[in-house]
Design a protein around this ligand. Structure first.
Ligand code: SAM
Ligand code: SF4
Ligand code: SF4
Length: 369
């Protein structure tokens, strides 16, 4: 019988240290490679109602899997407090994620709290959320009313049988499409649709997805299958390069490249030559974009991860719960960002991508995408 894998959530995460002379945020923090801190991704739960084969495979995330207890999660008040400090440090965009963020009870209350955070420039924060769409039809209106700007919805196939094979919980495409329409009707746009392409599994869905979302209000983005975590059995042979995605679509519906909206945009943009909208491709494996990576991730239990492929987080919750002041938290965060030198995707090799390479990489469902 195969040995059972038990994932332990990063028990050895180092504490963050508070500098001897705490410092107030200046609104601009640069890391060791000259990258500013602009985006904070906040994971609000490590649980999910899907078992996507590339993220939470059923064999690992089964009924015996040890999810975090409620007391370990950051409370909304704790999240709001640290988000406020991050915004003072120059963060302009907050993305709620998970697990499935819409499973977190009363999420609207957190959204309203985040919406009220003032920014140094006076410009409103960009407040967004990534979801599998399963609960969106029910929740879109309340999310908008609470102050959410927009949503990104994951959808890996249009064919029902293939979608069910990817989500592995028998969830239907039509329910996600209803969620997307409800979000659009509620004004949570522009809505992006993310499709992870797993070569040899759902790549036959690239053209049907492109045809479906062409000439719609939605921007479809194709994501290369990544070697995140240690449980999805990632294999380079299953990565379909974005260049091939663009080639396949362009052969039927010609595409032309367009400029990024801003520096650090993860997706390379293409528009249909006939003017019927655009697509994006996110090539984290074949065309790394670490050079412009301005993202920091806050895990469900309050650990900071300076890279999606990190093995260890830095325990911000410990500082929060031992009663540190805002100034002390601010100094600890500044110190962490200044020494950040992560560029995993630019240095990936077949050896680093192996699930058993060195320390176990943190799971995507735990720190959020
Ligand atoms: N549950 C929500 C969802 O699926 O949208 C939010 C969290 S999920 C971890 C965030 C994003 O990560 C999703 O778009 C998902 O498709 C993507 N993702 C998860 N595992 C991935 C992998 N191995 N490679 C590429 N993208 C992945
Ligand atoms: Fe859940 Fe999102 Fe991971 Fe799929 S990708 S298992 S929906 S957290
Ligand atoms: Fe950023 Fe790490 Fe991804 Fe590079 S590999 S883009 S540093 S999260």
């Amino acid at each position: 019988m195969a040995e059972k894998i038990i994932l332990i959530n990063d028990l050895r995460a180092p504490s963050l240290t508070v500098p001897a002379r705490p410092e107030a945020p200046t609104g601009l923090l640069m890391d060791a490679l000259g990258r500013p801190l602009h985006d904070l991704r906040i994971s609000v739960t490590d649980r999910c109602n899907f078992r996507c084969v590339y993220c939470m495979p059923k064999e690992v995330f089964d009924k015996d899997y040890a999810y975090l207890p409620h007391s370990a999660l950051l409370s909304f008040e704790e999240i709001e407090r640290v988000a406020r400090i991050f915004v003072a440090h120059g963060v302009e965009k907050l993305r709620l994620t998970g697990g499935e963020p819409l499973l977190r009870k009363d999420l609207e209350r957190l959204i309203a709290m985040l919406r009220a955070i003032p920014t140094p420039s006076g410009r409103p924060l960009d407040l967004t959320l990534t979801t599998n769409g399963s609960l969106l039809a029910r929740k879109a209106r309340a999310l908008k009313d609470a102050g959410l700007d927009r949503v990104t919805v994951s959808l890996d196939a249009l064919d029902d049988a293939m979608f069910k094979r990817m989500n592995d919980v028998d969830f239907s495409v039509s329910d996600v499409l209803d969620g997307i329409d409800a979000a659009h009707a509620a004004g949570l746009g522009p809505i992006k649709i993310n499709m992870v392409v797993k070569g040899g599994t759902n790549d036959g869905e690239i053209l049907p997805m492109a045809r479906h979302f062409k000439d719609s209000p939605y921007i479809l983005r194709f994501i290369e299958y990544m070697d995140v975590g240690a449980s999805n059995g990632w294999n380079m042979d299953e990565v379909l390069p974005s260049a091939e995605v663009v080639r396949r679509i362009s052969a039927e519906m010609p595409l032309v490249p367009i400029d990024p909206n801003y520096t650090g945009e993860t997706a390379a943009r293409w528009r249909y030559a006939d003017g019927a909208g655009e697509i994006g491709v996110i090539s984290s494996v074949t065309q790394a974009f670490c050079r412009d990576c301005t993202r920091l991730r806050l895990s469900t239990e309050g650990k900071l991860y300076t890279c999606l492929f990190a093995t260890r987080g830095h325990d911000l919750r410990a500082l929060l719960r031992e009663g540190r002041s805002d100034l002390e938290l601010s100094g600890a965060i500044a110190q962490l960002w200044r020494v950040r030198a992560d560029r995993y995707s630019e240095t990936r090799t077949a050896a680093t991508a192996r699930p058993d390479a060195g320390e176990r990489k943190v799971e995507m469902s735990y720190i959020g995408g």
